[in-house]
Design a binder for this molecule. Structure first.
Ligand code: NCD
Length: 303
């Protein structure tokens, strides 16, 4: 694997390899075994947008592999503030590191970075476009928590128009034969072209609805995302949709007994805090899979 920019860059075998490697990484982490395969190597974390989980789990993954990390979480402290272009920044940083992780508000920025970098580039989220490593960790989480992906009814709920996690996830889940239920308030549906692409490529059934009750009843997994306010061109439109969907204990009375709820986090109002104490809530467990999965990705890319 040269770069990881879109989930479309991966074949099923590549994903399986990453998940199996993540398994080995997780076992080794748990046993306390020290892995030093990245000793002397440097990962550059270039974050042009806020991040808690993605940045820290890439950092932890590289440190757990014996490597080192450089980077920034605020481009204002770099020469970009003086007007330097992204491509000049990448041509500079690649001289200091062995692997670049980039998050950027502009769709396509990681692809541009990869085109000018001689070192592998990983997309840690670009605008509303893609977030492939989050989808891989979510796939791994579902496999761990549910034992399989195939034939599970997986509902994706929320701002499917703007959430990059969902764009990567829908593709990855279809690749592994999940039945997809897409639930979003009117106006926040995923692009028709994306649904068409996935249907044609994987021959999957995809059920789309604006009705959260209808979608939830059948689900084995409910994956929720927040309203992506910062992606709206009109803040007033975002404000209007602020309370358009919310998972409440009352709503869960309709759900299967063994439903699990996942969320890429951060969460805002879309998950009632009372859900945290139910057996359905798995979003804080989900976080722990970020490190072994990103260790596996780094391992595969640096071979
Ligand atoms: C997501 C992101 O940045 O796209 N967060 C993450 O990486 N865990 C989700 C979000 O911001 O809503």
């Amino acid at each position: 694997m040269d770069d990881l920019i879109s989930i479309r860059d991966l074949k099923r075998e590549d994903v399986e390899l990453i998940l199996n490697t993540a398994d080995e990484m997780e076992i080794a982490l748990r046993s306390g075994k020290i892995n030093t395969e990245m000793r002397g190597r440097v990962l550059a974390n270039l974050f042009f947008e806020p991040s808690t989980r993605t940045r820290f789990s890439f950092e932890t993954a590289m440190l757990k592999l014996g490597g080192s990390v450089i980077g920034f979480d605020d481009p204002k402290i770099t020469s970009i503030e003086k007007g330097e272009t992204l491509s000049d920044t990448i041509k500079t940083v690649e001289k200091y590191c062995d692997l670049i992780v980039i998050r950027h508000p502009k769709e396509g920025a990681p692809r541009l970075a990869a085109s000018v970098s001689s070192k592998p580039v990983i997309n840690a989220g670009d605008g509303s476009n893609q977030h492939p490593t989050q989808a891989l960790l979510d796939l791994y989480a579902i496999k761990k928590l549910k034992g399989k992906i195939k034939n599970l009814n997986i509902a994706l709920l929320g701002d499917l128009r703007h959430a990059r996690v969902m764009k990567s996830l829908i593709y990855c889940l279809a690749m592994f034969d999940a039945n997809l239920i897409l639930i979003s308030p009117m106006g926040l549906e995923i692009e028709k072209e994306m649904v068409q692409e996935v249907k044609e490529k994987f021959n999957n059934e995809i059920f789309q609805t604006n009705d959260i009750y209808a979608g939830l009843r059948m689900a084995d997994v409910l994956y929720v995302c927040r309203l992506q306010k910062e992606r709206f061109s009109d803040p007033y439109e975002a404000k209007k949709l602020e309370n358009a969907y919310k998972v409440t204990p009352d709503l869960l009375k309709q759900a299967k007994d063994d439903l699990i709820i996942l969320h890429s986090l951060p969460r805002l109002g879309e998950l009632d805090r009372r859900i945290d104490d139910t057996k359905h809530a798995k979003y804080f467990d989900q976080i722990q899979f970020g490190v072994p999965v990103r260790m596996a990705i780094i391992h595969q890319m640096m071979r």
